[in-house]
Design a protein around this ligand. Structure first.
Ligand code: HSE
Length: 284
């Protein structure tokens, strides 16, 4: 089988981890070119052409891990108009790697949605705030915990995106769209973040994303220690799908970080190599 030529846009925490996996992993893939905002940046691999993003769109598949909205939106449109698959972890757009990092949350929701019987989604889906709130529960200060989450590569480039609840709201909007089969924008989510949120010793506070077909919310909640979501700790994320028959499905695992998110991107590439073209929901 001919190797699929990947046009990789972005060489940050996730982009570089994905580039290494694409180059060294078992799938028939090759990194044809890399596009970055600053071509002079140190650490770019030698021997792979560094190009403008528009040029990366001529590859067989585009993998965009640059973040932001305006550039990615036009690149995605241009690539898809030409029939070039576009794989991304960009929550502002979409992609399996965009929710859950190393935990297959979109795939699990899609699987359970096939029966049309998801009643409610509840989850702890933002690793940065879980990291901060669990550290504060152990007596650390908000600022120290945020710095650690940034140093570990979990926080967004602008961490206000995490702590103000936008990241969780976008993830919930994507999951709700998949669960109930129609596009839900972030604007449908009533969100509150964790800035100024007190965490009394002995209490478990988490940023909880919660949705029914009628109401989507994100906000800090005090959790009962018997609530399964309360075991989330550090970078561990969890999604709970309550089904109409009263059963519950849960998935949990690492929700952020370069290598695990690169793994989710790679899993999407494996589906492409196998000829899958998943349609998660319609815009209607
Ligand atoms: N900033 C995100 C988080 C990264 O903390 O969960 C993964 O989407």
């Amino acid at each position: 089988m001919d190797r699929l030529r990947i046009g990789l846009i972005g060489w940050g925490t996730v982009g570089s981890a994905a580039g290494e996996l694409i180059a060294d992993g078992p799938l028939p893939l090759t990194v044809a070119c890399i596009a970055v905002r600053n071509p002079e940046r140190p650490g770019l691999p030698k021997g792979i052409p560094v190009v403008a993003p528009e040029e990366a769109l001529t590859a067989d598949v585009v993998v965009e891990l640059a973040g932001g909205l305006e550039g990615p939106r036009s690149w995605a449109r241009a690539a898809l108009d030409r029939g070039v698959p576009y794989v991304t972890a960009n929550k502002a757009l979409l992609g399996s790697a965009s929710v859950g990092g190393g935990t297959p949350m979109i795939e699990t929701t899609q699987h359970m949605a096939a029966t049309g019987s998801i009643a409610r989604i509840r989850g702890v889906v933002n690793a940065t705030t879980t990291y901060i709130l669990s550290a504060m529960g152990r007596g650390e200060s908000y600022d120290d915990a945020l710095s650690e989450a940034q140093a570990a590569g979990y926080a967004e480039a602008d961490p206000s995106f995490d702590v103000d609840g936008h990241d969780a709201a976008q993830k919930l909007a994507i999951l709700a769209s998949v669960a109930w089969g129609r596009w839900r924008p972030e604007a449908d989510v009533t969100a509150r973040g964790i800035v100024e949120q007190p965490v009394a010793p002995g209490t478990i506070v988490r940023l909880v994303a919660d949705a029914t077909p009628d109401e989507l919310t994100v906000g800090p909640r005090i959790l009962d220690p018997l609530d399964p979501l309360s075991v989330t700790e550090g970078v561990e994320s969890m999604l709970e799908l309550a089904m109409r028959d009263g059963s519950t499905v849960r998935v949990s695992g690492p929700g952020a970080g370069g290598p695990v998110t690169a793994g989710a991107v790679y899993a999407d590439l494996a589906r492409l190599v196998n000829g899958e073209r998943p349609i998660l929901f319609s815009r209607g």
